[in-house]
Design a protein around this ligand. Sequence first.
Ligand code: HEC
Ligand code: HEC
Length: 268
Amino acid sequence: MAEHHEMKKTTPQEFLLALVGGLFAPLIAIILIIVYVMGIQEGLVKTGSSEAEDRAIRERIQPFGVALAVDPNAPRVERSGEQVYNEVCSACHGTGALGAPKFKDAAAWGKRIAQGYDTLLTHAIKGFNKMPARGGDPDLTDLEVARSVVYMTNAVGANFEAVLKKEPEPTPEILARGQAVYAQVCARCHDTGLTGAQKLTDTAAWDALIKQGKEYLYKAAIEGTLGGPARGGNDKLSDADVKAAVDYMVDEAKKAITAAKPAQEAAR
Ligand code: HEC
Ligand code: HEC
């Protein structure tokens, strides 16, 4: 004989509980997941305070495909002399390691300062005896090296200013070659501003870029930046072609900047 279980009648309370449980359990799970993911992102943003961490994060979040074409160190704000000193130069100049003239040691710096700013800067950029080129950090821009040289030497009484040597003006032949390369390869982004490329007429953007120095711009154009492809996306371009295109772009941007100046001053 089959046993007969009598179904218990569901009370309205039980029904409600089941309903609430059934609806809310997944909802709570979803909320927890969202909170968890946001927590991770917040962590990412918060730790982005220092340059090194920032770089590490950018490298980590870079899509795999782009990582090959892109120099994660290229687009960044240039550091002050003090920052560069602390991050790079102090390793030797803070301690006197390898015979480096120590920070604030006027006697050690005196004769060196007498050589003049240009010599000191050249030695710091190219290296000098046991002093490695750019203090051993090839990513430092000329301007960053100049600023850190000035930071160290002015600390012992020099009165230098962090200026870079005037860059040689490109010849008309180079500009003509650059214009041709630009028209063929670069214009489709830099004429239109596609994907955030700095238009040649964007005087504010180019003013800032020009301050970084030609070496930086050549490197950025040849190796690519986070947004700009290496060699404008055309592997067949030689370094000289890319550099000529950069020379042409800088030349055009300088013209636009000069043209914009009287208008700005008149507006004041
Ligand atoms: C690995 C150690 C080391 C690091 C890092 C380093 N230096 Fe030096 N630096 C030296 C040594 C050693 C000398 C002395 C070289 C000599 O006179 O033979 C020197 C000398 C110099 C001089 C004097 C050159 C001259 O003509 O007398 C300048 C300027 C200088 N360093 C700038 C810098 C700057 C700027 C940085 C950071 C960006 C830096 N150094 C990082 C080791 C270092
Ligand atoms: C597919 C679009 C594209 C093409 C083609 C392109 N660029 Fe760019 N370029 C960009 C973008 C986007 C940026 C802005 C990158 C950034 O903000 O870091 C940029 C930035 C630059 C910069 C400034 C570097 C910086 O730090 O922002 C230079 C210099 C440059 N490009 C040179 C060139 C040259 C030279 C060519 C042609 C040989 C070229 N680009 C072709 C998209 C392009």
